[in-house]
Design a protein around this ligand. Sequence first.
Ligand SMILES: Cc1cc2nc3c(=O)[nH]c(=O)nc-3n(C[C@H](O)[C@H](O)[C@H](O)COP(=O)(O)OP(=O)(O)OC[C@H]3O[C@@H](n4cnc5c(N)ncnc54)[C@H](O)[C@@H]3O)c2cc1C
Length: 462
Amino acid sequence: MQEPRSISMWMDTLDGDLTLRPPLGGDIDVDVAIVGAGYTGLWTAYYLKKADPSLRIAILEKEFAGFGASGRNGGWCSALFAASHEKIAKASGREGVIAMQRAMFDTVDEVGRVIEAERIDAQFEKAGTVIFATSPGQLGRVRGEVEEDRSWGFGEDDIRWLEPEDAEQLLRVSGSLGASYTPHCAALHPARLVRGLASTVERLGVALYEGTTATAIEPRRVTTDHGMVRAPLIVRATEGYTAQLEGMRRQLVPLYSLMVATEPLPDAVWSKIGWSRRHTMADGRHLLIYAQRTGDNRIALGGRGAPYHFASRIDPEYERRPDVFADLKGVVHALWPATRDFAITHEWGGPLGVPRDWYSSVGFDRATGLAYAGGYVGDGVSTTNLAGRTLADLLLDRDSDLLRLPWVGHRSSKWEPEPLRWIGINLATRVYESADRAERIKGEPVDGRVDFLNRLIGLKNI
Ligand SMILES: Cc1cc2nc3c(=O)[nH]c(=O)nc-3n(C[C@H](O)[C@H](O)[C@H](O)COP(=O)(O)OP(=O)(O)OC[C@H]3O[C@@H](n4cnc5c(N)ncnc54)[C@H](O)[C@@H]3O)c2cc1C
């Protein structure tokens, strides 16, 4: 068992006692059993209890609330949804794209509303996202995304292009050629949110068992290492760990995203960087990076680049990659040279859940009573809230507009058997990396090999 404070800077900076809650004490009967105490499981329990306080709900968590991606992420509560607009449009048309995107815009505010209503001190600040272009190649892609959103009917209020001098008013990065800006994102402290949600649902009467591993999920029962939970309704909320469940090996691939954080930076540094509000920040490179100014004045920055491990294996060792941490530290120093004299105090990471078609989904089969949500890739902080509200409506058989959103009932195909998935995913990572390196050296766009690869294996930039 990993010590709670060791898994991320966010868990390390929590106040108070992190002693584990007791495990399940034997067989029980409940109305709803939820496997996984990350945002998905907790939001689902929250909305179910709010709708029907008499429901008996048990959450089963193999480690502790927030052990997974929910206690480790970059804290972007964004309106980003994993599937591209084109992909959504193929099955659900233009209206489907717009409805999904509007639902995501609303979700950012809904997370903020509950945080306030339940007095969760999650350092939520909705200042939007700035995505910089720091090379000519990035310039084409970042501008292209603004135009692309425009073509779907999203206006200046939803996303706009900022010339370098305007972008600089928000925050300064080396080599900026301009940036896109959307107001639809908040920065938050991920662990405060997940731990605050856990306490909130307990206060509402939900039973949360930590240190309890589900070994089998079947219609009307969950078998655990501490007893059996019988329930007519069961929710699987296991995201990046899903491949460890019997029969689920090729459902979601665990891809690692890693992060670093500086020590709290003094005002002298912030006056050079700007960033007076906590806009979330990224740039247009192929291999994604993401950053936020934290509530305690650090820069926390993450990115991909860690390898995928054969047969979807997960191991705490995979979260510690000195080569990737060194790259991320290099990115912090390159974007903000004023941080060079300050320590990187934390390095951590964790697995994301990635479906084969990069399309998150939520679903429920009334015949078996089994429900699931996940496959958020790197966009789960807000999407899990939409999942929780949607699952509550599905399980309680309440009609709502949420049930008509394109991702409800979507089924992703399975990942290829090994060694194909290992070859494909790691090859993609290396191609994105080499394209970024070539763009840095040549100063010209290198999109050809990336486009070719994306078409060949149907992946989106990771
Ligand atoms: C480093 C990193 C950065 C990220 N940055 C962002 C970001 O900035 N913005 C964003 O939107 N998204 C981000 N994400 C993704 C986001 O964090 C996730 O999509 C989201 O937290 C998923 O929540 P979840 O509850 O579905 O899964 P998790 O939080 O992973 O929770 C799943 C839980 O299930 C438990 N579990 C698994 N198997 C079992 C079992 N058999 N029995 C009992 N319990 C089990 C696990 O222990 C875990 O606690 C990031 C992810 C990572 C790793």
